[in-house]
Design a protein around this ligand. Structure first.
Ligand SMILES: C[S@@+](CC[C@H](N)C(=O)[O-])C[C@H]1O[C@@H](n2cnc3c(N)ncnc32)[C@H](O)[C@@H]1O
Length: 316
């Protein structure tokens, strides 16, 4: 495995808008390499505490080695999926918190690990699970779904315009041998997708299919919806929820969740009076979201598609 560092995205903006104060309780639901967690803990000096979760046991082990000697019991770490936040946080003493942060997707460590199958050049098995102890590896999906189901998956989670063509090529290739590695899958897509297709010049032709498989394997969109609901329930009035997303499917879920909780009432527009009785639970801190500036993009191209949305819990 190549050793790489993970550069945290929009780090100053995250810390400024999450506004962690000394003594506060914070949750980082995607602790990754611990870059954001470290800065959040520093901002809560000397006695604030942070609960860090990650579905990936290797990430938790790495952060424990790097940060636990410095922060001691102010940092609590658990290998867990943030979709279970509402159950896990109270059991760790984080039942009511001042801030919650989610930095979606994968880290540079995962991308560079050739045994995990996240990167196009990974020669190892096409796995793509954040938590390798649960669920079905991507190679198994490719070996078992029919062409129609594969195409639907590539369209739904990758918005891939050549979904049908790629799906048929995978099923055809299976008659000789199934696609087992990321490298094989990327090579197959390179062969079937026209290299001069519009919009294809700047990104690798397999980008959308890889995104789709990763989302499906990790049930990422369902986890995000559950995680947002759980996080909001844990926030104290005045507490903040900050979410960094990297593609439009994720961002849409965050945006709609924030909008719905800002509005409160879910009665149909034609109802003369409110009968649902729901009050707004969030105030938007970043109505349009925040994106990285040129300076950050110059040093960290991975930040290219990032958007940060932050909202504050109201008393309701
Ligand atoms: C972009 S990285 C986080 C990087 C981190 N903010 C840092 O500064 O190092 C995303 C991390 O979230 C984890 N992850 C993704 N989905 C998750 C989920 N549903 N529950 C828990 N962890 C998840 C991944 O394993 C990965 O380590």
């Amino acid at each position: 495995m190549v050793s790489v560092g993970h550069v945290p995205v929009l780090i100053d903006e995250v810390v400024t808008m999450l506004a962690p104060t000394p003594g506060s309780l914070q949750i980082d639901g995607t602790v990754g390499a611990g870059g954001h967690a470290e800065r959040i803990l520093e901002a809560t000096d000397p006695d604030g505490r942070l609960l860090g979760l990650d579905a990936d046991g290797a990430a938790i082990a790495r952060v424990r080695d790097r940060l636990s000697p410095r922060f001691g019991d102010r940092l609590r770490l658990r290998q867990a999926n943030f979709r279970d936040l509402a159950r896990i946080a109270p059991s760790e003493g984080f039942g009511a918190v001042d801030g919650c942060f989610l930095d979606l997707g994968l880290s540079s460590h995962q991308l560079a690990d050739t045994d995990r199958g996240f990167g196009f050049r990974a020669g190892g098995p096409l796995d793509m699970r954040f938590d390798v102890t649960r669920g079905v590896p991507a190679a198994e999906l490719l070996a078992s779904l029919d062409a129609q189901a594969l195409a639907a998956l590539f369209r739904r989670y990758g918005e891939e315009p050549f979904a049908g063509r790629i799906a048929r090529a995978i099923v055809e290739a299976r008659t000789a041998a199934s696609v087992r590695t990321a490298e094989e899958l990327a090579g197959l897509i390179e062969r079937v997708v026209p290299s001069r297709a519009p919009g294809r010049r700047r990104v690798h032709p397999a980008t959308r299919v890889f995104q789709a498989l990763r989302i499906a394997v990790n049930e990422e969109l369902e986890a995000l919806s559950d995680g947002l609901t759980g996080a909001l329930d844990l926030l104290r009035p005045g507490g903040r929820l900050a979410v960094l997303s990297y593609h439009s499917l994720e961002d849409r879920i965050v945006k709609r969740f924030f909008q719905a909780e800002r509005r409160g009432c879910v009665c149909p527009p034609e109802a003369p009076v409110c009968v649902c009785g729901r009050s707004p639970r969030l105030r938007l801190v970043t109505p349009r979201g925040v994106v990285p500036g040129e300076e950050e993009l110059a040093v960290n191209p991975r930040a290219r598609s990032a958007r940060l949305r932050v909202a504050e819990r109201l008393a309701a």
